[in-house]
Design a protein around this ligand. Sequence first.
Ligand SMILES: NC(=O)c1ccc[n+]([C@@H]2O[C@H](COP(=O)([O-])OP(=O)(O)OC[C@H]3O[C@@H](n4cnc5c(N)ncnc54)[C@H](OP(=O)(O)O)[C@@H]3O)[C@@H](O)[C@H]2O)c1
Length: 267
Amino acid sequence: MDLSGRTAAITGASAGIGLACAQQLARAGVAVVLGARREDRLREAADRIRADGGRAEIMVMDVTVEAQVSALVQRARSAFGGLDIMICNAGFGYYGTVEETPPETMQRMMDVNFMGTFHGARAALPIFREQQHGHLVIISSIVGQRGVALMSGYSATKAAQVGFAESLRSEFAGGNIHVSVVYPVSTDTEFRHAMQRDYGHAVAGVGPRQSMEVVARSVVRCIRRPRPEVYPHALAKALAVLNAAAPGLTDRIVRRYSRQREITPSS
Ligand SMILES: NC(=O)c1ccc[n+]([C@@H]2O[C@H](COP(=O)([O-])OP(=O)(O)OC[C@H]3O[C@@H](n4cnc5c(N)ncnc54)[C@H](OP(=O)(O)O)[C@@H]3O)[C@@H](O)[C@H]2O)c1
């Protein structure tokens, strides 16, 4: 896809991977509509993009509310005349055993991580079908390919996105509507701070890491030249292959390299 003059809607664009995607797409000439809940952060991000010469609008929204996701997509059409790219990115994690995971937290995580993606697809795909082109990009996680210790609920929400994306891909295979799923490993964003802020878990990744700019660059590359799956870190793909061949061995490897509780003076 030639990016210049295109329009993208991005959920979870007030921070982290979503914001990095918005910035890089805007630099490539894409008009971006940034969606998330924190209005001050969205305004600041859009102002920065405009100051750099890009085109940006914001929509304060919660991905769990279908009407608000539709409003995000409608903002793209009203402000910029269309929608070519939908990035379903908003999400959060939870760390702990199953017994430590309150059902209402699990429900919320499914609502944000999976239902938010479902709502994004339901808002964007009618437009893509009508114009016979478009790209739906779903930010999952390597844990959606291969679950990790003490993040069972989160891993399940990310795996749900993968099944959803694969099914959609086969529906649209061979045409000009593309669906891609992205599998980042631990990425330096506000993700772990959000877990600490909302649930009091101080956890850190001990395996391979990458920056949000690296993830965003691979997303932009995938939009230019659509691919079904994107592994921004090479080791993530190796893990997926290893898991298919030797799941028992992979259990022990991911246990060792999963996120771990940080030992703080107060804990
Ligand atoms: N960081 C990692 O290690 C990592 C690894 C693999 C995959 N991922 C995935 O990457 C995606 C982005 O995460 P990140 O690392 O960039 O985390 P982040 O820095 O915490 O950003 C999360 C974004 O989602 C938004 N958000 C959260 N709940 C929302 C809701 N209900 N409605 C609308 N927006 C919401 C947040 O904005 P507001 O708070 O303003 O709403 C924020 O903009 C997630 O799907 C995550 O699962 C992250």
